[in-house]
Every structure is written in structure tokens, then in C-alpha cells.
Design a protein around this ligand. Structure first.
Ligand SMILES: Cc1cc2nc3c(=O)[nH]c(=O)nc-3n(C[C@H](O)[C@H](O)[C@H](O)COP(=O)(O)O)c2cc1C
Length: 186
């Protein structure tokens, strides 16, 4: 009887352990982001820190001008032409990730075209895509609507939005969003 109880207890503990492990591995996160002046990168770091996810920077092969007005003009021309600027680097271990956060600044009311290049470069089947965005006062505008448009075949969650000027104070809000909207175990 005593042996049976010990055996049963052992089986229950093993099952709980297996479940805990699969729950953890079911949350392996990648935080991909495009950031021109660092605001979106800051939110990406906070998400990575909270989820223990890896970071991946979306970079164009040809960098945008470091001059704000020139960059604004370059971004406008790309948007109007529906360009897909070439990006450098590649995620080699995509299969390792279950949830992929994709962050970007609001550029002309929508996502920078380089983020569309990124989205269209991979097959994210079976993964959950979650957007986050920083803006300069215009809010989300079409940033999340367009994200949904280009990722409609994938599972997704509600995005996180921050004004670029308050990213340094965003971490508690990021944490709340991760728990309540993304429903990720931290
Ligand atoms: C090319 C360009 C276009 C932008 N367009 C908008 C816009 O339409 N609406 C807005 O609120 N902010 C706009 N901004 C401001 C950025 O969205 C904001 O500063 C953001 O936090 C920058 O993120 P980053 O530091 O990660 O590049 C624009 C900035 C740039 C450089």
C-alpha cells in the first residue's frame, strides 16, 4: 500500500514536471524589431527581458539616412512605391520559436516597408505573431490594421503601443500587456 502511494506520487510529480516543461517550451519567444532612432529597440529590450526571448534586429541592406528629414523623404518614397527594401541577416532557427514579437516605429501612419520585407520573407505557420509599435504623437494610425492585413493567415495577439517619448517608463505597461493580452507566462 505504502509502495503504491509512493509510486502514485512519483507519477503525479513526473506528469506535473513534464507539463511545466512543455508550457515553458511552448512560450519560446523571438523579439524582432526595426528601429531607426532607438525607441522601438528599447521596448524590444523590455519584452526580451521579461519573456527571456531572443532579439533580432531588422536592418536594411542600404541604411536610411541618419538625417531626419532625408529619412522621412526616403520612407515616404518607399511607401508610395510599395517598395520592399532588402534586409540583411536571417533567422536560422525559426523552428525554435512559438511566439514572435514584431516591433516597428510608426512611419507615415503605417509600418516601415522593411518590416513588410521581413514578414514576407518567412513562413510563420504555427506561430503566434504579436506587434508592438512606437509613434511620435500620431498614435497607431494604420500600424496595427496594416499588420493584421499582412499577417492575417497567422495567429496573432493585440499589439502594444507606446509614444516614443515615454519608452523609458513603459516596462510596467509592457509587463501588464504581456500578462493580460498576450497571455504569456512570465
Ligand atoms: C520616416 C519617419 C516617419 C514618421 N512618421 C510618423 C507618423 O506618421 N506618425 C507618428 O506618430 N510618428 C511618426 N514618426 C515618429 C516615429 O514613429 C517615432 O519617433 C518612433 O518612436 C521612432 O521609433 P524608433 O526610435 O524605433 O525609430 C516618424 C518618424 C520617421 C523617422
Amino acid at each position: 500500500m505504502k509502495l503504491k502511494t509512493i509510486l502514485l506520487l512519483f507519477i503525479v510529480m513526473m506528469t506535473l514536471n513534464i507539463n511545466a516543461q512543455s508550457e515553458k517550451s511552448g512560450q519560446k519567444a523571438l523579439v524582432a524589431y526595426f528601429s531607426w532612432s532607438g525607441n522601438t529597440k528599447e521596448i524590444a529590450s523590455q519584452i526580451s527581458d521579461l519573456t527571456k526571448g531572443d532579439m533580432f534586429e531588422i536592418k536594411t541592406v542600404k541604411p536610411y539616412s541618419s538625417n531626419y528629414n532625408t529619412c522621412v523623404d526616403e520612407a515616404k518614397a518607399e511607401k508610395e512605391a510599395g517598395k520592399r527594401p532588402a534586409i540583411s541577416g536571417k533567422i536560422d532557427n525559426l523552428a525554435d520559436y512559438d511566439i514572435i514579437f514584431i516591433g516597428y516605429p510608426n512611419w507615415w501612419g503605417t509600418m516601415p516597408m522593411a518590416v513588410l520585407t521581413f514578414i514576407e520573407s518567412y513562413d510563420f505557420s504555427g506561430k503566434t505573431l504579436v506587434p508592438f509599435c512606437t509613434h511620435g504623437g500620431g498614435g497607431a494610425q494604420q500600424c496595427f490594421k496594416d499588420f493584421t492585413k499582412y499577417t492575417s493567415k497567422y495567429e496573432s495577439r493585440e499589439g502594444f503601443l507606446s509614444n516614443g517619448s515615454s519608452v523609458d517608463r513603459a516596462k510596467p505597461h509592457v509587463e501588464k500587456w504581456l500578462k493580460e493580452k498576450v497571455k504569456i507566462n512570465l
